[in-house]
Design a protein around this ligand. Structure first.
Ligand code: GDP
Length: 536
């Protein structure tokens, strides 16, 4: 029998090879581009689920594994985030789900702090849409390499070369197509693999419910079969050869280029190709800088940070989960880690992979993996966890809120529940919670980036915490940072209010930028600093 310490070191020796197998990514897209469909198709390819959509229903159409919660179902949008893990070839793929709606951009931002690559999913007919651009800006800001998937090629859409121009002009990334469509959008015959010149014929299966068999033909057979349509694809591909449109791994990792593939997620076409691109080209996890800039190496002792906290996900599991991304070392269920913020120990007795409604116990996990820690009441978004040598990763950015409302319990009898709910929503990052002596504890102000966050907060206060609330919208649209020295003078200005956020930051709320500018001009000595804008 091996001693516990030799078991630990045997597992530790696995860290580097295991980390090298990991591909951790998220899909960024505008609502309706096909993110849920693609996620489901990826899971199907990995054979996590036997048949696409078999897991549960979503209003009006076949359900997908990544969407849940009543409100999501009712609205048909994905609000919360989860992670799907599966093996593909020799790799372990972690797909982190992101909310599609713009109002939850802050949630998505946090998810993007936990990935090593992003897949930018574009609807062939719509090109780059607003939310895609916002999320792309986050990837660029964080230096995350981006793989582009042009989806819905089975439907009429834009011209492929035109789409490449659009990508290049609007993102500044040089598109380097790995595959090129044979047949225009709506007349999808298949793709030309630009790496070896072969033809991958588009085959569909009913409803895309099972993996479509891939038929690969050499160029000569493709020419005989598709005639002019093949000829045109070859011509366009050669046109790309003449530009700088060939994949260059270094430039891709540096965020200068984006490999592109063409797909039809609903027919599962291109999904295998995407998985291959992820395994072959997307980066594995690497060391992560801490708040002081020192790099925590992959094989240093265990460390992780919380990028998402969630509770009351569904009636069957009414508990609080903290999702951590592992940065270094090995995670073993049951290990006791230190919570960096409080210095207190945290026992990881219950650790799970969570995706949609499905949960599975995690025994061992490596850098790049996401683990949901159950009953993590002490953990908040942005917190770090470690063993042995202390580490604190940089705090996660909170966006500048643009909407403000006072929240009150409808009945004073539920004040205890109200207070508990507010605390919970604050630590999950559902809304920023602002307080002041003037407004008192019973009337905190909720500050959000998108108004739908109010709806989520209101819904959860009533349904999860048993404290029905009313919201009183305020006319502020801007919050800036101030400090204790400036606060009295700032707060005395007309139409301005100073409140304290849960992290101790003092925020000055203004009705509009003119009010802010007026005060800045009149009293330049006052501290009034911008917060990070939602658009970055
Ligand atoms: P999400 O909002 O980005 O998650 O998008 P969904 O996955 O819910 O897809 C939106 C709609 O587009 C659904 O009706 C899908 O069936 C459809 N869709 C997704 N991918 C494709 C595709 O490749 N081709 C076609 N024709 N429709 C697709």
């Amino acid at each position: 029998m091996s001693s516990p310490s030799s078991t630990v070191s045997a597992v530790a020796a696995e860290v580097l090879p295991q980390a090298a197998r990991r591909r951790t990514f998220a899909v960024i897209s505008h609502p309706d581009a096909g993110k849920s469909t693609l996620t489901e198709a990826l899971a199907l390819h990995a054979r996590v689920i036997g048949q696409a959509g078999a897991v549960h229903g979503k209003a009006g159409r076949r359900g997908t594994v990544s969407d849940w919660m009543d409100m999501e179902k009712a609205r048909g949008i994905s609000i919360t985030s989860a992670a799907l893990q599966f093996e593909y070839r020799d790799a372990v793929v972690n797909l982190l789900d992101t909310p599609g709606h713009a109002d939850f951009s802050e949630d998505t931002y946090r998810v993007l702090t936990a990935v090593d690559a992003a897949v930018m999913l574009i609807d062939a007919a719509k090109g780059l849409e607003a939310q895609t651009m916002k999320l792309f800006a986050v990837c660029r800001h964080r230096g995350i390499p981006v793989i582009t998937v042009v989806n819905k090629w089975d439907r009429p859409g834009k011209d492929a070369l035109e789409l490449m121009d659009e990508v290049s002009e609007r993102t500044g990334l040089v598109p380097t197509p790995l595959t090129w469509p044979v047949g225009i959008a709506g007349d999808f015959r298949g793709v030309l693999d630009r790496r070896d010149g072969s033809y991958h014929r588009f085959t569909r299966t009913a409803g895309g419910a099972t993996i479509a068999p891939e038929e690969v033909l050499p160029a000569t057979a493709a020419a005989a079969r598709e005639g002019d349509v093949w000829g045109q694809a070859v011509e366009e591909s050669e046109l790309l050869d003449a530009t700088e449109a060939d994949h260059d791994q270094e430039r891709f990792l540096a965020g200068e280029t984006t490999p592109v593939i063409f797909a039809s997620a609903v027919s599962n076409f291109g999904v295998g190709a995407l998985l291959d691109v992820l395994v072959d080209l997307a980066p594995a996890p690497s060391g992560r800088p801490d708040a002081d800039g020192a790099v925590r190496k992959l094989d240093d002792p265990f460390s992780a940070f919380v990028f998402k906290v969630q509770s009351g996900m569904d009636a069957a599991h009414r508990d609080r989960l903290a999702y951590i991304r592992i940065c270094s070392g090995v995670f073993e269920r049951g290990m006791v880690v230190t919570h960096s913020t409080s210095g207190r120990p945290f026992a990881t007795k219950y650790a799970q992979h969570v995706f949609g409604r499905d949960r599975e116990s995690v025994d061992v996990a490596y850098p790049g993996d996401v683990v949901g820690l159950v009953n993590a009441n002490a953990l908040s978004v942005g917190d770090s966890l470690y063993v042995e040598s202390k580490v604190a990763f940089p705090p996660l950015t909170t966006f500048a809120p643009e909407h403000f409302a006072v929240m009150r319990a409808r009945s004073t009898a539920t004040f205890k529940q109200f207070r508990r709910g507010i605390g919970q929503l604050g630590s999950e990052g559902v809304a920023q919670i602002l307080r002041s002596d003037r407004r008192g504890d019973q009337a905190p102000v909720l500050a959000v980036v998108g108004p739908m966050q109010f709806e989520v907060a209101q819904h959860r206060m009533e349904n999860e915490f048993g404290a029905p609330v009313e919201l009183d919208h305020l006319s502020y649209t801007i919050a800036v940072r101030t400090d204790a020295a400036s606060a009295p003078a700032v707060g005395a200005a007309r139409g301005v209010e100073v409140m304290e956020r849960e992290d101790g930051e003092l925020l000055a709320l203004f009705r509009d930028k003119w009010d802010l500018r007026t005060l800045q001009q009149r009293s330049p000595e006052l501290t009034l600093e911008p917060l990070v804008a939602a658009q970055l």
